[in-house]
Design a protein around this ligand. Structure first.
Ligand code: ATP
Ligand code: MG
Ligand code: MG
Length: 560
C-alpha cells in the first residue's frame, strides 16, 4: 500500500531483525481522539502502518495497532474516534486486531503506580500547580524538592487510594515520580503521573476521578502491547529518559525502543489540532472536512486521493532533520496520481457565448472523444457540436499580447476534438463588455490541418444546449502566509494566525460541463481539460444538483 522507501528507522528495524533482537515488528499509531487527523498524522500513519504492510510483504510477523490515547476526558469524543478510524481506512491502512484504548489499561496503570509507591519511587504531592512550577526550576536553575517528597510509602499508598476513592477535590493532589529534582532534563524533575479530575470519560464513564498523564500512560501502554519500536516525533526526545525510567522501574517484561523523527511542517497551513479546532469552532471554515483544511477528511473532500497523500508522505521522508515542506509538493503528488487516473472532459467556468454562423446541415455535429489520451480502457463519449457554444472568457483577447495563440478578432483557433473556427465579429453590450463572438467554421478542418496556414491554438469549449450547469467551488490555499502561526507583530509577539486567512480561498461559480458527468457518483474525479482536476462533492453532489470542487490546477496547461 505504501511505496517502500528506506529510512533510518527501517534500517534500524532491519538491524534488530538481523541481530535477532526481535523476530517481528510491532508499531502503533496513537492519536488522541480530540480532533480530526491532519496531514502530519498522515505522515505518521504511512510510517507506522507502512512498516506493518511492508514487513508482512517481506514475510515477517508484523503488526500495527491503532491505540487511542484517551487520557484527557474533557477534550475527547466518540465522534473524533470514529472519524479517525474512517480516515485511516480511507488512507488505505488497517490496524491489527481490535482498536486499542489507553483507558483499557487504567487498572494496570493504577497497579503499577501502587508498585512505584511501594518501592518509594512515587509520592502524593499537595503543591498547587503554580507552586509546583516554581519548585521545578528552569533550564538554568535546578528544582527544589517538594515538602511532600519524603512521605513514607505507607502514607503515600493511603493517600493515593483515597485520591482514587474520591476523597479529595479536583487538582488538590497529584501523584509524582520521585526521580531527580536537579536533573538537567526538566522532564525528570519529579513529573506528575496522576491528577484528580472529575470528568466523564467516553469509555470508562465515571469510574475514575484520577487520570494518568500521557508520559506515564504511553510507555506502559506500548509495553503492554509488546510494541517493538515506538515511533514518535522529535519533541518527545527529551521525554525518552522518562519513558525508559518508568519501564525500568515497574514489573513489566517488555521495553519498547522509542525512536524519534521530525514532524512534518507544511507551509501555508497549520498542522495542530488545537488550531484547526479554532477554525472550525469559530466558523472560519465549514467544518473539519472543509476542502481547504489540511485534515485527511478535508483533503479527501477536496479530491485528493489516498495514493496521492501516500506518495506525498513518501516524498517527505523520515529523518531527524527539519521537515518543512511546501504545499506545492503535496499538490504535485496529488496531481501526479490524478494525471493518469482521472478521465478528462471539457468544462467552461467563465463563459463567453460563441455563435457559429455557418453551422448547418452537413456539419459533423458530434464526435467521439477518448476520456484519456493514454488509457483507451477508460472509453469514449460523444462531444456534440451545435450552433451556440461557450468558450472560456480568457481564451479570447480583443487586443492580443505577443505570441497569442487563442481567439482574437479575425483570428483562428481549433476547437478541441472539432473544427477550426474564425472570429468574424465581436458583439458588445452597452458597457463595452464582450457578450458574444460570431465565428465561422472551416468545414475542411475536421481531423485535418487547414490548407495553406497553421493554426496552433486549441481551446476547450462546450455546446450551450448540451452542457449541464454545475456549482463549481474554486478552492485555493487557506492562508496567505508561509507560516500563518509564526508571524510576529512589531513588539515581537505572535499574531493570531486566523488573521491570515486567504479571502480568495473559496469562490463559487457556475460551470458548464459535458453532460456525461451528470450521473457521476459523489467523489468522482475528472480533469477539466486545461483547467485542472475537479471532484464531485462527497456530500452536496446529487442527481439533479451537480457540485464540483476544484482539487488542484494543472501545472502546465497544454494549449496555453
Ligand atoms: P496535534 O498537535 O495536532 O494535536 P499531536 O501530536 O498532539 O498533534 P496526536 O493525536 O497525539 O496529535 O498524534 C498521533 C500521532 O501522530 C503521534 O504519534 C504524533 O507523533 C503523530 N503526529 C502528529 N502530528 C504530526 C506531524 N506534524 N508530523 C508527523 N507526525 C505527527
Ligand atoms: Mg499528542
Ligand atoms: Mg496535540
Amino acid at each position: 500500500n505504501s511505496p517502500v522507501a528506506s529510512n533510518f528507522i527501517r534500517n534500524l528495524i532491519d538491524a534488530d531483525l538481523a541481530a535477532g533482537k526481535h523476530d517481528k515488528t510491532v508499531t502503533r499509531f496513537p492519536p488522541e481522539p480530540n480532533g480530526y487527523l491532519h496531514v502530519g498524522h498522515a505522515k505518521s500513519i504511512c510510517l507506522n502502518f507502512g512498516i506493518q504492510d511492508d514487513y508482512r510483504a517481506r514475510g515477517y510477523d508484523s503488526h500495527c495497532n491503532l491505540r487511542f490515547d484517551d487520557t484527557n476526558p474533557e477534550k475527547e469524543s466518540e465522534e473524533y474516534a470514529l472519524a479517525i478510524q474512517d480516515d485511516i481506512k480511507w488512507l488505505g491502512f488497517d490496524w491489527d486486531g481490535e482498536v486499542k484504548w489507553a483507558s483499557d489499561y487504567f487498572d494496570r496503570l493504577y497497579r503499577y503506580a501502587e508498585e512505584l509507591i511501594e518501592k518509594g519511587l512515587a509520592y502524593v504531592c499537595e503543591l498547587t500547580p503554580e507552586q509546583m512550577r516554581e519548585y521545578r526550576g528552569n533550564l538554568t536553575e535546578p528544582g527544589r524538592p517538594s515538602p511532600y517528597r519524603e512521605r513514607s510509602p505507607a502514607e503515600n499508598l493511603d493517600l493515593f487510594r483515597r485520591m482514587k476513592a474520591g476523597e479529595f477535590a479536583d487538582g488538590s493532589r497529584t501523584l509524582r515520580l520521585k526521580i531527580d529534582m536537579a536533573s538537567p532534563n526538566i522532564n525528570l524533575r519529579d513529573p506528575v503521573i496522576y491528577r484528580i479530575r472529575r470528568a466523564h470519560h467516553i469509555r470508562t464513564g465515571d469510574k475514575w476521578c484520577i487520570y494518568p498523564m500521557y508520559d506515564y500512560t504511553h510507555c506502559i501502554s506500548d509495553a503492554i502491547e509488546g510494541i517493538t519500536h515506538s515511533l514518535c516525533t522529535l519533541e518527545f526526545e527529551d521525554h525518552r529518559p522518562l519513558y525508559d525510567w518508568v519501564l525500568d522501574n515497574i514489573s513489566i517484561d517488555c521495553h519498547p525502543q522509542q525512536i524519534e523523527f521530525s514532524r512534518l511542517e507544511l507551509l501555508y497551513t497549520v498542522t495542530s489540532k488545537r488550531k484547526l479546532n479554532q477554525l472550525v469552532s469559530e466558523g472560519l471554515v465549514a467544518g473539519w472536512d472543509d476542502p481547504r483544511m489540511p485534515t485527511v477528511s478535508g483533503m479527501r473532500r477536496r479530491g485528493y486521493t489516498a495514493a496521492g497523500i501516500r506518495l506525498f508522505a513518501q516524498r517527505c521522508g523520515i529523518s531527524k532533520s527539519e521537515n518543512v515542506i511546501d504545499l506545492s509538493v503535496l499538490e504535485g503528488a496529488v496531481r501526479e496520481v490524478l494525471e493518469s487516473e482521472a478521465p478528462r472532459v471539457m468544462a467552461v467556468l467563465d463563459p463567453i457565448k460563441v455563435t457559429l454562423t455557418n453551422f448547418e446541415a452537413g456539419v459533423t455535429g458530434s464526435r467521439s472523444a477518448p476520456f484519456h489520451p493514454n488509457h483507451p480502457e477508460f472509453g469514449e463519449r460523444e462531444v456534440p457540436l451545435a450552433a451556440t457554444l461557450y468558450i472560456e472568457r480568457d481564451d479570447f483577447a480583443e487586443v492580443p499580447p505577443p505570441g497569442w495563440q487563442r481567439l482574437t478578432p479575425g483570428g483562428e483557433v481549433r476547437l478541441r476534438y472539432s473544427y477550426v473556427i474564425k472570429c468574424d465579429e465581436v458583439i458588445k453590450d452597452a458597457n463595452g463588455q464582450v457578450v458574444e463572438l460570431r465565428c465561422s467554421i472551416d468545414h475542411e478542418t475536421l481531423g485535418k490541418n487547414p490548407v495553406g496556414r497553421k493554426v496552433k491554438g486549441v481551446i476547450h469549449w462546450i455546446s450551450a444546449e448540451h452542457a449541464i450547469e454545475a456549482e463549481v467551488r474554486l478552492y485555493d490555499r487557506l492562508f496567505t502566509e508561509l507560516r500563518p502561526d509564526a508571524v510576529r507583530g512589531a513588539d515581537g509577539e505572535y499574531l493570531d494566525f486566523k488573521g491570515f486567512i486567504n479571502p480568495e480561498s473559496l469562490r463559487v461559480s457556475t460551470g458548464y460541463i459535458e453532460a456525461c458527468v451528470a450521473d457521476a457518483a459523489p467523489e468522482t474525479r475528472y480533469q477539466f481539460e486545461r483547467l485542472g482536476y475537479f471532484v464531485t462533492d462527497r456530500y452536496d453532489h446529487a442527481p439533479g444538483r451537480v457540485v464540483f470542487n476544484r482539487t488542484v490546477g494543472l501545472k502546465d496547461s497544454w494549449a496555453k
